[in-house]
Each structure stands twice: as structure tokens, then as C-alpha cells.
Design a protein around this ligand. Structure first.
Ligand SMILES: *Cc1c(COP(=O)(O)O)cnc(C)c1O
Length: 378
């Protein structure tokens, strides 16, 4: 028996510490992707891992219908730290499940079915979330999906206004598109989404699976837009490597969610991991640090390579560098020649989502490597 979907990288990782990963030969790699934004506090973080060990000493699992301290604690912490008006949480195990629940809750609470999503958007790979994901390659082998989804160009408030109507249950949007190429939403687009959903009694869903947990310089990217959605979804970095997702809702959604459940919802161990992750991010003012180091990183890339690359964009430590040639070769060169692990976003964008705890020296290391690989104008 063997796995057949993942496992393709030629490096065997054996340990991690902060922003670094180490392979079986003891080679050090700077993890500028945080393994898809999943370790905002860095690898093997002491406080998170200790919270998990403590919880394991007491109780590994009990069914979700019994309240446990760690789950209550993460509910309270998310209510305290979410944008005003959002204080109910559904816990699950991944980003796609968080969005799947968001779509179900929106349909149930509004009694409507149509979903408006954005071109280049990514919301996950279960049937519902997948239907709201843009890329055909991800969808075609599995069709028919849930139907009743209309895509509008990202950052086009007029097209959005035309798409949202009386039959609309929800608009789902990432405040910054991650997978789609690190495309930040204009404030006016998110404001239009808020106005149109309100006028049509539809729910506004912000997918913060990638933008959340301080990555963009505030705990939630929503804070920077001033727009408060009805539903906000989280996952990836929420457990600093432990699998957890969350669907945060306003009361009118939570009161009309229908009938949804999942066996492992908010288990004691992942709840402890999430509580330790969120409280560390908030207490140590990690988002402000991400904003500072992220600006520095973007400015340095711009200064050193502004004429060489097509574009540098993003917020905080969610950074996209659009290169002239494909990003694949560059990713390999960064790994092999410089010990830097980064991510793609589509064919031409180098995506940097490092642990939010990196310092300027790590940013310098990345800029030096990029200059070395791209400095001749390629
Ligand atoms: C990764 C991602 C998802 C899916 O999360 P999974 O945990 O892989 O299911 C959904 N939305 C966004 C914006 C993502 O980046």
C-alpha cells in the first residue's frame, strides 16, 4: 500500500524550530511558506506544544456535546478577538469544512440558495467549497457540483452588484486572494459586497483561512477594511500546525444554522492548541510585528528588484512576487541554492507566507537570494 497524492518533494524533513526546518542530513531550510501559513508562530512552538501535552495528560477526546475547558476557552477567545458583532463559533477540522459550514449556514439562515463567488478565488475542495472555487482543473473531474454559483471578477463592485439579487444566500470572498496570486481586495469592493448583501438579505462570508491569524498585520484582515462580514472562516494557522477550522458567525446566522454537526468538532486537544496559538498571537502582538517585517520585506524586494520583477504585492507577511518567467524554476533554485522554501501561487507568482515571527535578517536572506537568482534580469 502507498499514498498517491502527496509525497513528491525530494527532501525528508525531520525536525523544525521556529522559521527553520531540518532534513535527515541535518541541512537547514528557512520555511518562507510556513507550510501554507499553517505555523504562524513557527515550527514546534513551545507554548502551543506544551498546551497540547498538558491537555493530553488530562483527556485526549470526549464527544463534542460535553463542554470541556479548552473548547470553552477558544470559543471565548475567538468571540473577544473577532470583529464586533461576530461572537458565535462552529469548530471543525479544516478550511474547506469551515467554508462548507458557512455555505450551509448562509443557505439555512436566508432560505435562499445562490452563492456569488469571485474569479481566481479558492475556498477548498469538498463539493460545496469546491463549487465556489474558480479553477476549472480542480472542479471538472468531479462535476456536477452544488450548482447555483455565479462568479464575478475580483475587485469589480459593479459586476458584484449585478450578480447579487433576491435569490442570493451569500457572497463568499477572500480579503486577499491567496491561491489566486496574492490579490488584495480594494476596500470599495468589500464595501460594495457588504452593501449588496445587506440590501438583499444575503450573508457576507469572508474566507480568512489564509489571511487570518495576524498574517496581514491585524489578527483578521477584515479589520483593515472596516467591513464586518456575517460569517468569517478560519483554519490553516489557527492551531499552529494542529488541524482545526472555525466558522465564526453573527447571531442571526448562528440562530438559523439548520442542522449541522461533525464528530470531532472542537476536540480537547486541538482546542487547546488553538487557544494557545491565538492567545500567543494576541498577547505577543504578533500581527504588528508581521506588519513591520512584511513592509520591510516588500520594500526591500521593490528596492532591489523593482525593475526585474513584474509586481510585488500583499499585506503584512502575505507577500506575492510576480516574476517574468514561471515561478517553478525559481522555487527550485531558492531551495537548492539558498535553503529557502517558498510557495507558488499560480504559474508566475512566488508566494511568501513565512512564520510571522521572522525578523528582518530573514527578510534580508530572502532578498539576497532573490537578487542572486533574478538580479541578471531574468
Ligand atoms: C487553504 C485554503 C482553503 C482550504 O483549506 P483546507 O484546510 O486545505 O481545506 C480555503 N480557503 C482558503 C482561502 C485557503 O487558502
Amino acid at each position: 500500500m502507498s499514498g498517491f497524492i502527496f509525497n513528491e518533494k525530494p527532501i525528508q524533513i525531520e525536525s523544525g524550530d521556529g522559521p527553520y526546518l531540518y532534513d535527515d542530513g541535518g541541512n537547514e531550510f528557512l520555511d518562507m511558506g510556513a507550510s501554507y501559513a499553517c505555523v504562524p508562530l513557527g515550527h514546534s512552538h513551545d507554548a502551543v506544544d506544551a498546551a497540547v501535552r498538558d491537555q493530553l495528560d488530562d483527556l485526549t477526546y470526549v464527544q463534542a456535546s460535553y463542554p470541556v475547558e479548552s473548547r470553552t476557552a477558544i470559543y471565548e477567545l475567538l468571540a473577544e478577538t473577532a470583529p464586533d458583532g461576530i461572537d458565535k463559533t462552529w469548530l471543525c477540522n479544516s478550511g474547506t469544512e469551515a467554508n462548507e459550514a458557512a455555505l450551509k449556514f448562509a443557505r439555512s439562515a436566508t432560505g435562499d440558495s445562490k452563492i456569488v463567488a469571485t474569479m481566481q478565488g479558492f475556498h477548498g475542495r469538498t463539493m460545496g467549497s469546491l463549487a465556489t472555487t474558480w479553477k476549472n482543473k480542480y472542479k471538472e473531474p468531479y462535476e456536477p457540483l452544488i450548482g447555483d454559483v455565479e462568479f464575478v471578477p475580483y475587485n469589480d463592485p459593479e459586476a458584484l452588484g449585478e450578480a447579487v439579487d433576491a435569490d442570493t444566500a451569500a457572497v463568499i470572498v477572500e480579503p486577499i486572494q491567496g491561491e489566486g496570486g496574492i490579490n488584495p481586495a480594494e476596500k470599495s469592493f468589500l464595501e460594495a459586497a457588504r452593501e449588496e448583501t445587506e440590501a438583499n438579505d444575503a450573508a457576507l462570508i469572508f474566507d480568512e483561512v489564509q489571511t487570518g491569524m495576524g498574517r496581514t498585520g491585524t489578527l483578521w484582515a477584515a479589520e483593515q477594511s472596516g467591513v464586518v462580514p456575517d460569517i468569517l472562516t478560519s483554519a490553516k494557522g489557527l492551531g499552529n500546525g494542529f488541524p482545526i477550522g472555525a466558522t465564526l458567525c453573527r447571531d442571526w446566522i448562528a440562530e438559523n444554522y439548520g442542522s449541522h454537526a461533525s464528530t470531532f468538532s472542537g476536540g480537547p486537544v486541538i482546542s487547546a492548541a488553538a487557544e494557545a496559538t491565538v492567545s500567543t498571537i494576541v498577547d505577543e502582538e504578533v500581527p504588528a510585528h508581521a506588519a513591520e517585517v512584511g513592509s520591510y520585506l516588500r520594500e526591500e524586494i521593490e528596492a532591489e528588484l523593482g525593475d526585474t520583477v513584474r509586481d510585488v504585492r500583499g499585506e503584512g507577511l502575505m507577500v506575492g512576487v510576480e516574476v517574468k518567467r514561471g515561478s517553478n524554476r525559481l522555487l527550485k533554485q531558492l531551495a537548492l541554492n539558498h535553503g529557502i522554501l517558498a510557495l507558488p501561487a499560480g504559474r508566475s507568482v512566488l508566494r511568501l507566507l513565512p512564520p510571522l515571527t521572522i525578523e528582518r535578517e530573514h527578510a534580508d536572506q530572502v532578498v539576497d537570494a532573490l537578487v542572486d537568482e533574478l538580479g541578471d534580469g531574468s
